[in-house]
Design a protein around this ligand. Structure first.
Ligand SMILES: [Zn+2]
Length: 411
């Protein structure tokens, strides 16, 4: 056996050790539900920069308010912070803090941004929630790379993170291990955060995704990484740094945590935890409640279901009453029926859509292109086309991959 191969195998065992030691901590602290809140970046690492503020300050402010709210309203939940002031904390240290505290849940809070060369920089908006997994699209990989790049600010990073390469053989093996309950629960929790950020904080939905973030990879409890919105967009920056905006985002995160604790808390700690109520931001207190005040996770969502649907957004479209951009969590092609092209956005429910509700759009050459879908095979799309042509005789089939049109089938 070559020495390289031996090294390879050694690394796999070293990685397994990191995961397997965690349940020991959980046993020692089994009586209390522990959540670790991770404010992204800090100290010399500013994270993404806006015009007036930066990622490290906003994440710290949001995380501290969230921690206080949990301590006030959920006395049976212990809050652990990876940082509670403006200091630099290495990624490995963040994961170690969560593991050593025997955490049952890990929430890493970040703010998104795109490259200065991106023409869409000032307009891009929306929240994203990541769970650990393989990078499914190039875009997800780009976000993961940016968040992981903090490793380069750390001394000896090549030593410490030697095992981490999302594209390597070891990672494939380790990721296989995650096809278990922990991933199911992370996805359910991520769905809840995403839905709350849309409903309570009015963020545009940009989906629940999977990417290989180091900080999620090295924690051994259900873990999510939240990108609240884009700091490069001046309007979103204003919201992110405003008092009201932060209150709304904090309550959104709090409600998702409540749902998690209501669903799994008692089972995790081994005794009954009091049922927690959802909260409303102070500026929305008088609005009518739109459903359960005692939030629970939708535990029927299995990873396989998540994989099957093109994106969270498509699922929620009917209830969201807005037309969403076509986007997918993987790079598999899907077929849609293109019905309309417009230079301006068309409103949900507009007469131009002739009663079709499941409409989505993509942008191409400065135009908004509207389509109905979605089909996995050309045969299914042709069946759909015959129906759609009764209302839109000029419509035709397009093939989309990762939110971009890759082909169209000539009418
Ligand atoms: Zn970040």
């Amino acid at each position: 056996m070559s020495s390289q191969r031996v090294q390879h195998i050694f690394r796999i065992f070293a990685l397994l050790f990191v995961f397997l030691q965690a349940p020991l901590y959980n046993v020692a602290f089994a009586r209390q539900f522990v959540i670790t809140l991770d404010a992204g970046h800090g100290g010399k690492d500013y994270g993404a920069l806006g015009n007036k503020t930066n990622e490290k300050s906003i994440t710290l402010s949001v995380v501290k308010q969230l921690g206080r709210l949990i301590e006030k309203n959920l006395p049976d939940v212990k809050v652990v912070y990876t940082r509670d002031r403006d200091v630099f904390v290495e990624l490995s240290e963040r994961a170690a803090i969560a593991n050593k505290a025997g955490s049952n849940l890990f929430v890493s809070v970040h703010i998104n941004s795109v490259d200065r060369r991106n023409k869409n920089r000032k307009k891009i908006t929306g929240c994203q929630v990541y769970t650990l997994g393989l990078h499914k699209t190039a875009e997800n990989l780009a976000v993961a790379k940016r968040e992981n790049s903090v490793m380069e600010l750390e001394k000896d990073h090549t030593e410490k993170y030697a095992g981490f390469d999302p594209n390597s053989l070891e990672s494939d093996i380790v990721f296989e291990l995650f096809q278990n309950k922990r991933l199911d629960q992370s996805i359910e929790f991520a769905d809840a955060i995403h839905a709350q950020l849309v409903d309570v904080a009015g963020r545009e939905p940009k989906g629940v995704r999977q990417a290989g973030f180091w900080v999620l990879w090295a924690t051994s409890m259900p873990s999510v990484l939240v990108e609240l919105d884009f700091i490069c967009n001046p309007q979103a920056e204003k919201f992110l740094s405003s008092e009201n905006g932060q209150e709304e985002m904090v309550i959104a995160l709090y409600n998702a945590i409540c749902a998690y604790v209501n669903t799994y808390g008692s089972q995790i700690v081994g005794h009954n935890l009091p049922v927690a109520q959802a909260l409303k931001p102070s500026n929305k207190k008088n609005t009518k409640s739109n459903g359960a005040d005692v939030p629970r996770l939708n535990t029927s969502a299995k990873p396989s279901d998540v994989d099957k649907k093109p994106d969270y957004k498509t699922e929620k479209q009917g209830s969201g009453n807005r037309i969403l951009e076509i986007c997918s969590t993987d790079d598999l092609p899907r077929y849609y029926i293109q019905i309309l092209v417009s230079s301006d956005p068309i409103k949900y429910g507009s007469s131009e859509l002739k009663g079709f509700k499941d409409v989505e759009y993509y942008r191409d050459g400065g135009l908004y292109k509207y389509a109905i879908g979605v089909a996995d095979t050309l045969e299914d799309a042709q069946v759909l086309l015959r129906k759609v042509r009764k209302s839109f005789p000029e419509s035709f089939i397009i093939k989309m991959r990762s939110g971009k049109r890759v082909d169209f089938i000539k009418p």
